[in-house]
Design a protein around this ligand. Structure first.
Ligand code: NFA
Length: 103
């Protein structure tokens, strides 16, 4: 709806629908060297999984090659990838993560 405000005369558009941001999956990629315990810790600490869910996701990635750690808006997803990658490299592990758009 187009509308004139009395004070400035600026035309604004009021919309009755809301826009939701595009969401991104953060994927964990399997490798042969990162310890299982490190991946579980990552899922608990950075992706706020409980102990049992973290174990299930880690094992799914270990067996299937990749899996979803979490779903976030773009900036949050990219920050998770950067923070976890930095932590893994600090500890000498090759763990890989990627953010990919949903839908
Ligand atoms: N495959 C790794 C191992 O056997 C564990 C792992 C799981 C690594 C999920 C990366 C992602 N130590």
């Amino acid at each position: 709806t187009r509308r004139n405000t009395p004070d400035s005369g600026t035309q604004t558009l009021d919309r009755t629908t809301t826009q939701r941001p595009r969401l991104y999956r953060v994927l964990l990629i399997n490798d042969d060297y990162t310890p299982m315990d490190f991946v579980v810790m990552v899922l608990e600490r950075y992706f706020r999984k409980g102990e049992q869910e973290a174990e299930l996701v880690m094992l799914a990635v270990h067996h299937k090659g990749r899996g979803v750690a979490g779903v976030y808006t773009r900036e949050v997803a990219e920050t998770k990838v950067a923070q976890v990658t930095a932590h893994a490299r600090q500890d000498g592990y090759p763990l890989m993560l990627v953010a990919e758009p949903e839908g």
